[in-house]
Design a protein around this ligand. Structure first.
Ligand SMILES: [Cu+2]
Length: 161
């Protein structure tokens, strides 16, 4: 083994050590996003929301700490809680996708709130939402806008202006 090859071998084993410590691949790279979509809202609506399935195939937790989008002025992570039979939503600081697990963002549950959405957010459009993770990485997800009317999910919202 000449010197150059030896150096490469050393570098490679250092990389392998990094990878096994789970600090090499970013959380953004590791997370799998399935079936993302955003809710259609009429012009002037105070808020919309984005939903998706998050899959974590790795052996370490992935922590979503925030999101942003050109489609809305304010973007927050939200969940719903059952408050004596009344479903209310509230902002949460993070969504953890457990190792070898999933987190499902869906109507009535976890969601990404799109507050003060852009003027038109109608079915057939595509918007982008950037997910931000606790390791500083981020992932941009393109998603269709879909009409959810007929699903009987009228969202209560606390951000009326
Ligand atoms: Cu919300």
């Amino acid at each position: 083994m000449n010197y150059k090859r030896k150096l490469l071998a050393v570098t490679f084993s250092a990389l392998t050590a990094f990878a096994s410590a789970n600090t090499w691949a970013s959380q953004a790279d590791d997370l799998q996003v399935n079936n993302p979509y955003a809710r259609e809202v009429p012009p002037g609506a105070p808020a919309s929301a984005s939903f998706m399935e998050l899959n974590n195939p790795t052996d370490h937790d992935i922590t979503l700490t925030g999101a942003q989008s050109a489609a809305a002025d304010i973007v927050e992570l939200h969940t719903h809680t059952n408050d004596n039979g009344v479903m209310r939503m509230r902002q949460i600081p993070q969504i953890v996708v457990p190792a070898h697990g999933q987190a499902t963002l869906q109507p009535g549950g976890l969601h990404i709130m799109l507050i003060e959405p852009q003027e038109t957010l109608s079915a057939g459009q595509t918007i982008e939402v950037q997910l931000q993770f606790s390791d500083g990485s981020h992932k941009t997800v393109s998603m269709p806008v879909k009409s959810l009317t007929g699903m009987g999910m009228q969202m209560q919202h606390g951000h009326m202006h």
